[in-house]
Design a protein. Structure first.
Length: 132
């Protein structure tokens, strides 16, 4: 049996991922991303600090939130009219990014919120285009 060594810069979770060691507490998800199983089969629960979220997913969620906040703040301060396509486009793209992030790992509340937000924004965008 091959024994892997822990590199000085990696955690035990990174070793398990690198060595492809099967473990009951981890799930291989979308695009090979590894998530802790929650709750674990042994009854213990994972903490947020133990969950590994990739930098790309963090950046995507950041930009999704920024787009939604730009449209919201713009509408509140009168910079963007909610009747203009940019408002609905920012909302649709931002909520679609956040919906994708909410699917992996699946979070029902965020999935529902972001999917409905995307649908409503796209509907408003299409309705505005049809009215032109």
């Amino acid at each position: 049996m091959l024994r892997e060594r822990l590199l000085p810069t990696e955690s035990k979770l990174q070793l398990v991922i690198r060595a492809n060691i099967p473990t009951p507490n981890l799930i291989r998800g979308h695009l090979g991303v590894v998530y802790p199983r929650w709750p674990a089969p042994d009854g213990s629960c994972c903490t947020i600090s133990s969950m590994q979220i990739s930098l790309a997913r963090q950046i995507a969620s950041f930009f999704g939130a920024v787009l939604i906040l730009i449209s919201y703040a713009g509408a509140q301060f009168g910079w963007i009219s909610p009747r203009k396509p940019w408002y609905n486009l920012f909302n649709a793209v931002g909520s679609a990014l956040l919906a994708y992030i909410a699917f992996f790992p699946f979070q029902i509340g965020f999935v529902l919120l972001e999917v409905v937000w995307t649908i409503i924004s796209l509907y408003a965008l299409v309705r505005a285009r049809a009215g032109e």
